[in-house]
Design a protein around this ligand. Structure first.
Ligand code: ACO
Length: 703
């Protein structure tokens, strides 16, 4: 990617002398941005473009070209790509629209195939171009005037990306790079992130994503990049996807957005709700120092906003310094008598600008306090000009040592002060929550960078034996395992399942129930009936022979009514498991991210509460425990109101095992253990039912 961001020579194919054309704007921006490499306009008419001689074709150019920006109509692009390949170009930046975004998938595919034949990489098509501070290169058709700085932006939306150029100017955010990825026919976010991770200019990365293509690679790259520098993501499009969604609970719970959200968290990415929030975070993350410790102090002249900031700290997970003795000592000399040294430190409305500045300095000079949240409500007592100067001095003195955020609230004078301080790069916000969210973002980034690298939990699954079971279903052209096959896999995985015996007649069923011991459950066994309950094929809690006989007859009758042509193998008599906390553990091939694993609170709540958590598979035991802790219902497993703690380690083991199985077997689309009953700590879990779905078998070959 280096030569894409730092090209020695760049050609613009479709460079135009007509100021109304995109081919003109791109050349103009490259010239204005101060690009020091060689710029070569290409236009079949020749002539001049903005004072540069245009070559009629690439054949006329003798020097090597690193990047060719293509701005000619879609129907001519393939031919131009061939010409670029023949000329030894390395990267194509295809601005032209009219490809897969309008259904022209085949022509896009041919362009990439041709480019790859020549060893070229393709950015786009359907993009507004690329800006790179590393080579002072603005090869976009944006408004120009990009200020270099520490933030890199990767955007899938062209229009939003162009608008972001203006936004970076008003927000005083300097850019190290701005890349439009458009249709992502070849180069995607993961490729760009790998370069940006090593680019010293880039201190924080913002990504706008609409859809993920190669999610498994993206998550691996993100997991690595976020250990070096913070990544903020905005993602739109919260629709459900995937035709497999209805095939299992895991599928229907795995809305694209839920999976995206959890996997971004797993990778240490900060997901912003809005463009504004994303800008607030990257602006701060790229300029502030990563704090040494966790303890922040709020300094305020207004009790109300102090309390609001305290609430915001809880929301954004910012810890507040709490040693009352040290707080009282720290502020004893600098605080007016009527103030409160408790955190939030309230100087009250009568404090002078000097009192305020001194108190803030006291926080910043005290080693035990790690960050300052400085809040100010406009009062008549303050001279805003003098106050502004005091704040500038404090900020300049301490900015390299500790993170500081400011929030000010008031009328026109305050608005003016905020504008002026922000213009100087000081992190001042009109809203307390915005200020604390910026600080919270830096704490989250810090926690990620310092988190131990997870060791994989080694897999010891008996894959040969498991594959033999899967092969039997495949040979039978089935896309699911029958209950006894699923039970066989469960046993191979070491999952604890209730005892079960297949009965082919009433006498068989009675004998089976006696062998297992009452109470028992009975279930229909038929490859033609997948949804057993819907068919009336399940009877629970049968306590004696009479009930077994009645249930056997009722099950057969209603299944025959439900599916008259179904081949019925018999009825399974199963041990009735005792009650515990019902969970659901599933795994599936996600259309975007590949193999993922899920845990949720089970039973009747699973659909309503959607209290589930996902990770990309395979997961370590530690990640599995984190997934369980992410659940809103986690306290139920920890034990509430006298209930004892459940066997969380045993649940984590099942998550790890299913994650390893889905990762090892791409032919499995869905696995679901539902319910997985968790018993008291040390007493393990029971897998009451397990379902495994397989990919469709096309002509004997799995697809
Ligand atoms: N090699 C070199 N130059 C060529 C070639 C060629 N093979 N073929 C044509 N040209 C020249 C043309 O002669 C013309 O130059 P001229 O002005 O001197 O005559 C120039 O290249 C441009 O060709 P036009 O036919 O005039 O095409 P036009 O500029 O109208 O449109 C464009 C080309 C901009 C690529 C258009 O097809 C397009 O895709 N527009 C959409 C771009 C876009 O929005 N991209 C997504 C951005 S993201 C977002 O949504 C904001």
């Amino acid at each position: 990617m280096k030569s894409l961001f730092e090209p020695r020579a760049i050609a613009v194919i479709g460079a135009s002398a007509n100021p109304g054309k995109i081919g003109y704007r791109v050349v103009e921006n490259i010239l204005r941005s101060g690009y020091q490499g060689h710029l070569i306009p290409i236009n079949p008419k020749g002539g001049e473009v903005l004072g540069l001689t245009a070559h009629r074709s690439l054949e006329e150019v003798e020097e090597p070209i690193d990047v060719a920006v293509i701005v000619i109509p879609a129907s001519f692009v393939l031919e131009a790509v061939e010409a670029c390949g023949a000329a030894g170009v390395q990267h194509l930046v295809i601005i032209t629209s009219g490809f897969s975004e309008v259904g022209e998938t085949e022509s896009e595919r041919r362009i990439v195939k041709t480019a790859h034949r020549y060893g070229m990489r393709v950015l786009g098509p359907n993009i507004f171009g690329i800006y790179s501070a590393a080579s002072s290169l603005d090869a976009t058709f944006g408004p120009g005037g990009i200020t270099p700085g520490p933030v890199a932006i990767i955007t899938q939306s062209g229009a939003l990306g162009i608008a972001m150029i203006g936004k970076t100017a008003t927000e005083s955010v300097g850019l190290s790079a701005l890349v439009s990825v458009g249709n992502k026919a070849d180069i995607d976010e993961a490729d760009l992130l790998e370069y940006l991770a090593t680019d010293d200019r880039t201190r924080a990365i913002l990504m706008y994503i609409e859809g993920v293509k190669s999610g498994d690679r993206l998550q691996r790259v993100l997991a690595d990049v976020t250990r070096k520098k913070p990544v903020v993501v905005i993602k739109s499009g919260r629709s459900q996807r995937g035709s497999m969604a209805a095939a299992s609970h895991t599928g229907s719970l795995a809305g694209a957005d839920e999976v995206f959200d959890d996997i971004m968290r797993q990778c240490g990415v900060l997901r912003a709700e809005s463009v504004q929030e994303a800008f607030t975070w990257v602006r701060y993350l790229s300029s502030a120092r990563i704090p040494d410790g966790d303890q922040a102090v709020i300094v305020t002249n207004g009790g109300g906003i102090g309390v609001m900031a305290t609430d915001a700290c809880e929301k954004y997970d910012v810890s507040l310094y709490d040693d009352q003795t040290v707080l009282a000592k720290t502020f004893s000399d600098v605080m007016p008598d009527f103030g409160s040294s408790k955190n939030p430190v309230d100087l009250t409305g009568q404090a002078s600008a000097e009192d305020y500045a001194k108190s803030l300095e006291a926080v910043l000079a005290e080693d035990r306090m790690d960050a300052a949240i400085a809040l100010y409500c406009e009062t008549a007592l303050f001279d805003t000009e003098q106050f502004g100067e005091l704040l500038r001095n404090v900020y300049e003195t301490y900015r390299g040592r500790k993170p500081i955020v400011f929030s000010m609230f008031g009328g026109e004078r305050i608005e003016e002060l905020i504008r002026s301080l922000r213009g100087d790069g000081i992190p001042v916000y009109g809203d307390v929550y915005e200020a604390v969210s910026a600080l919270g973002a830096i704490y989250r980034a810090k926690r990620r960078m310092q988190a131990p690298v997870e060791q994989d939990t080694p897999s010891s699954l008996p894959m040969d034996d498991i594959r033999r079971v899967l092969d039997r279903a495949r040979a039978d052209h089935r896309t699911f395992l029958l209950a006894p096959e699923a039970a066989e896999v469960a046993e191979l995985l070491g999952l604890q399942m209730p005892r079960s015996i297949l009965a082919r007649g009433i006498e068989d069923a009675i004998r089976a129930a006696e062998t297992i011991g009452y109470p028992v459950v009975m279930k229909i066994v038929s490859k033609d009936i997948v949804h057993k309950s819907d068919a009336g094929g399940v009877a629970l809690d049968l306590v004696n022979e009479e009930e077994v006989v009645d249930a056997y007859q009722a099950i057969l009758r209603s299944c025959r009514d439900y599916a008259p042509d179904a081949v019925i193998e018999g009825v399974e008599v199963v041990e009735m498991v005792s009650a515990g906390v019902e969970t659901i553990v599933g795994a599936r091939q996600d259309p975007s991210f590949g193999p993922v694993v899920m845990i949720g609170l089970g039973g009747i709540y699973v659909e309503v509460m959607k209290d589930v958590s996902f990770r990309a598979a395979p997961v370590s035991r530690r990640a599995a425990r984190d997934m369980i802790a992410d659940l809103r219902s986690y306290p139920l497993l920890l034990g509430v109101r006298g209930e004892s703690r459940k066997d969380i380690d045993a649940i984590a083991d099942v998550i790890v095992i299913l994650s390893q199985l889905i990762h090892a077997c791409p032919e499995i689309t869905d696995i679901e253990v539902n319910p997985l009953i968790a018993y008291d700590h040390g007493k393990g879990t029971r897998t009451v039912d397990m379902r495994i779905l397989l990919q469709k078998d096309k002509g004997g070959e799995l697809t």
